[in-house]
Write a protein that binds this ligand. Structure first.
Ligand code: FUC
Length: 944
């Protein structure tokens, strides 16, 4: 019976595709294997060239890897969640509180610009704060390194060492555009085949080092290099890949006068290398390779390394990531052999596992190395392994930086494995399994916390190498599925064209979305990808997911890849509870718990207040002080926003033991604000001071611009929520009655939401205009989402004002900003607008579906997943709403396993936009109010 249904479905798909005139892609794999479920598979027909937008992530919560799937030179980016630079110091400005009265006086007098100047001088953190980045004590999360696999080939690559060069200048031209045009012309001219470059200066490079000439090259000189190479007919038949090493940036590459590509710019992190397929351009006889680049390194040395390697002629190339199995696969045929690589990150065995197979014996030969951009040493670890060790920069003299270890072990079937220096060689094996273990000596609030990562990684390898590949693989799949299978979402519009689009490779689906082609399953895939990323970057006991999860590249990562607590880390966890991943939420709670102690010191030193506080950013070293700049660093409500997550976890799971643990943390946060709030004499309201509406600038009546203010709307919404949650928690736990009463009184006096002159929710206490009306932060709508004090049914006027605010902000923004807007529109019950924002978010992202701020920032992935959930289900502990914001684009679908506040599990299906069947389950039987197809009714809850 099942087989019949399957056959019928396949037939439908085929016919649909024919009708739509779409050629179905070849889905066949050599092993007849995976079926590319469009809602749980990312797949492509070419290797990745870009980490941020194309490569595929795997992770086990602690270790992460990025798989490119390259054929000749595979690069696998490695991460371990605690590889941070920096170290612990005291960032608190000891005499800060002395200046607080004056800052407040200025604010009360409306002199925000003067207050801002004073905050900058006296109320920021010391030691440069996050500005020091990777090199300062603040530090940054960074890559562990790379595992490089260079596949052996019968044809040797030719290193191009002897060059002629000429410095390109445009004397007398001052206009920048004219200068650029002239440079472009000169470069194209100089790269031509028939240019006589004989009189140019000589430059010989061996192994990336200048051995002759080049002494006259100054830093930042722009240089055109030419190499002449004679190729035989055979060489033209065999060669085809031109590579330019990492040292050269900001430039252009030419073969026989034809430009073949652009070298990555200075913004690209260190590893970005250049590779081009130049098969069509090579000719028997003389060939000219020209590289234009700038000498960004140092005087006399421009270590460009260029090679012409064997062509990589593959057939049936496929790479894919299966979100259900958490396995990445690369497969291709070359010279008649089918090669297959699998990669996964095992949580049960705590390592990364790679397997290379081929359908002909003895076909696997490669050299493997491990490296990173700085501070490392790689040496043999026995005869079949490597170990890479080093320390990150601590940012303080005399303090040792974090120690890191990556250990590689090869297990080959057939052939020979050997090591020489820092390279592992595999010759003529039938099959190879590589195990990679990694760790650091970080001992903080979470993570592995071992003092001896050498031993820990050796133990990991010893344990895993006693198991077969299949055992490791099955354990990893079972473990991952125990999280992933908790929820499923199907979205459908019943259209043949949509299904045909969904059957395309992911990059083509992404492009089709850009052309407005419907593909509801792509939204389901984006939703599932967010769940996958959370499972892979935030498991119980691990560090919380940072700005790039466990998939950071380079040493100085964007925004130090830290924890921004004025939206970003919170957004990472928005999908956790509704998707039944409450246990993946717990790493955040450990971070919150750890901030109490340093946060209590900050509260005393800056505000002379009880309780604890953390401002806008934090790191793994317990940073709680204000940031280094008043304009963004003074936001005072990062910590209560974090505390909301504690309450949410309780509200979804109704676990009193958890609440007992969490309540003192929430209470400490509330205690801080009881001391910190001041009365605004104009309104009599209690307000925070100083603070910001995150990162946004307003125009003062005197036309000056400022960001420091008192009582920004977001702060007051967050505090109403915090105090409300504390009151509920204390009531449930039966504790702290007098404190509860104080909270009730304080809450009533907090500055209210106000509607401003445009009909919008006012962002500040005064109805200022924003300097940038489409600013990415939409903080004043915190009360709409994630908090729910603004609702279309409960507070229709405020909801209407929130809509005006959103319209003023527009439908663009950074990745995470658009993700937030999906959630906002869903809360306003406008499914079509939420859908528009979701599409904008996906379109702006990479073809690997990584959200792009840009650069890659993972928060938007999680915000997008949360947004899809908000479109399908909303709950407030009283009513569960099914399909509150269903877009026309998803007329039918099915959800299993969603969680709702109140401790519920909800399954439902819909057709033609109407719920056709649903069930609500909970630990205890009981009753629940459900809004279904426009009506709120009370239903029976089935006991789980
Ligand atoms: C906040 C945002 C930025 C960025 C950074 C990591 O400061 O305003 O857009 O996302 O966090």
């Amino acid at each position: 019976m099942k087989a019949c249904v399957l056959f019928a479905r396949m037939l439908c798909l085929f016919v649909a595709a024919m009708i739509a005139g779409v050629i179905m892609p070849d889905l066949a794999w050599a092993d007849g294997g995976p079926t590319n479920d469009p809602a749980t598979t990312l797949w492509y027909t070419q290797p990745a060239t870009n980490w941020q937008t194309q490569a595929l992530p795997i992770g086990n919560g602690r270790l992460g890897a990025m798989i490119f799937g390259r054929v000749g030179h595979e690069r696998i980016g490695l991460n371990e969640e605690t590889v941070w630079s920096g170290s612990r110091v005291n960032w608190n400005r000891q005499d800060a509180s002395k200046n607080l009265p004056k800052i407040r006086e200025l604010l009360l007098a409306g002199k925000n610009d003067e207050a801002e100047a004073l905050v900058n001088q006296t109320f920021t953190c010391t030691g440069g704060g996050s500005r020091g980045g990777a090199r300062g004590p603040w530090g940054c999360y960074q890559e562990l390194g790379n595992l490089n696999i260079v596949w052996s080939s019968k044809v040797q690559a030719i290193a191009l060492g002897t060059w002629k060069y000429k410095i390109i200048t445009t004397p007398g031209i001052t206009d920048i555009r004219e200068h650029r045009r002239e440079v472009s012309r000169l470069v194209a001219e100089a790269a031509k085949v028939d240019v006589d470059g004989k009189s140019w200066a000589d430059y010989v490079i061996v192994n990336g080092k200048a051995v002759k000439g080049g002494r006259k090259l100054n830093l930042n000189d722009k240089v055109l290099l030419r190499h002449r190479i004679k190729l035989s007919k055979q060489q033209v038949a065999d060669l085809g890949v031109l590579r330019v090493g990492s040292a050269a940036r900001n430039g252009r590459v030419f073969v026989n006068g034809r430009e073949v590509g652009t070298l990555p710019g200075w913004r690209s992190v260190g590893h970005a290398k250049f590779r081009a397929d130049v098969r069509q351009l090579l000719t028997p006889g003389e060939n000219v390779i020209a590289v234009y680049c700038s000498n960004y390194r140092r005087r006399g040395q421009m270590p460009v390394s260029v090679s012409l390697g064997p062509k990589e002629d593959t057939q049936e190339y496929r790479r894919r990531l299966d979100l259900r199995d958490a396995i990445s696969t690369t497969e291709y045929k070359m010279d008649g052999v089918t090669y297959r690589r699998e990669a996964f990150a095992s949580a049960p065995d705590q390592l990364l596992v790679f397997r290379f197979t081929a359908d002909k014996p003895g076909a696997i030969s490669f050299a493997a190395t491990m490296d990173r951009l700085e501070n490392f040493e790689t040496r043999p670890d026995g005869s079949a392994g490597l170990v890479m060790t080093g320390n990150t920069a601590s940012g303080q003299s005399g303090v040792e930086g974090m120690k890191f270890v990556a250990r590689l072990r090869a297990m080959a079937g057939g052939g020979k494995v050997s090591t020489k220096g820092g390279t592992l060689h595999v010759d003529s094996a039938d099959e190879v399994v590589l195990l990679v273990a990694a760790g650091t000596n970080y001992q903080g609030f979470a993570g592995r916390c071992t003092a001896d990562p050498m031993k820990a990684t050796a133990d990991d390898i010893a344990k895993a190498s006693a198991k077969s590949y299949d055992v490791l693989r099955s354990a990893s799949i079972a473990d991952h599925r125990s999280y992933f299978d908790r929820v499923s979402v199907t979205l459908d519009d019943g259209q043949a064209q949509s299904r045909a689009t969904a059957a395309l490779p992911t990059d083509q689906r992404h492009a089709a979305l850009g052309q407005g082609k419907p593909d509801p399953a792509l939204a389901a895939l984006y939703f599932n990808f967010g769940r996958y990323l959370l499972i892979c970057s935030s498991r119980p006991g691990n560090m919380p997911a940072n700005l790039q999860g466990v998939w950071a590249e380079g040493i100085q990562t964007p925004w130090n890849c830290d924890y921004h607590i004025d939206i970003n880390v919170q957004m990472n966890y928005w999908p956790a509870e509704v998707c039944g991943l409450g246990d993946c939420h717990t790493p955040l709670f450990k971070l919150i718990e750890s901030l109490q102690e340093p946060g209590a010191k900050t509260a005393k030193v800056y505000y002379n207040a009880d309780g604890w506080v953390a401002h806008v950013i934090t790191n793994i070293w317990g940073f709680t002080a204000p940031g280094e700049q008043a304009g963004w660093g003074a936001t005072a409500t990062g910590s209560p926003w974090l505390c909301d997550h504690l309450w949410e976890h309780y509200d979804y799971n109704r676990d009193k033991e958890f609440l007992k643990w969490a309540y003192p943390i929430m209470k400490g946060s509330a205690e801080f604000f009881l001391d910190m709030l001041i009365t605004d004499p104009k309104t009599g309201w209690l307000v925070t001071a100083p603070s910001n509406s995150p990162e946004n600038t307003f125009i003062m009546p005197n036309k000056k611009r400022a960001r420091i203010c008192m009582g920004p709307t977001m702060d007051m919404q967050i505090l109403r929520e915090l105090l409300g949650n504390c009151i509920k928690a204390a009531t449930i736990l039966g504790v702290d009655e007098p404190f509860r009463k104080r909270l009730v009184q304080t809450s009533a006096k907090l500055a209210a939401n106000q509607i401003g002159k445009h009909g919008q929710i006012q962002e500040w206490l005064e109805d200022y205009d924003e300097a940038e009306p489409t600013h990415r932060h939409v903080s004043h709508l915190y009360g709409l989402h994630p908090h729910n004090e603004i609702t279309p049914d409960g507070t229709p006027k405020l909801a209407q004002a929130a809509k005006v605010s959103l319209q003023r902000r527009g439908d663009g923004g950074t990745g995470w900003s658009m993700a937030w807007k999906v959630n906002f529109w869903a809360r306003l019950h406008d499914g079509n607008h939420a859908h528009l924002m979701l599409n904008n978010l996906i379109k702006k992202g990479g073809v690997n579906l990584f959200c792009q701020h840009p650069p890659f920032q993972i928060d938007g992935n999680f915000g997008g997943t949360s947004g899809v959930a908000e479109m399908l289900l909303q709950s407030d502990g009283d009513v569960v709403r099914l399909l509150p914001a269903l877009p026309d684009a998803w007329p039918s679908g099915k959800v299993t396993g969603f969680r709702a506040r109140g401790g519920y599990r909800v399954d439902f299906e819909w057709k033609d936009g109407k719920v056709s069947v649903f069930s609500v389950r909970a630990k205890q039987p009981g009753k629940v109010k459900v809004r279904v197809n426009g009506q709120i009714k009370t239903f029976k809850v089935t006991a789980d």
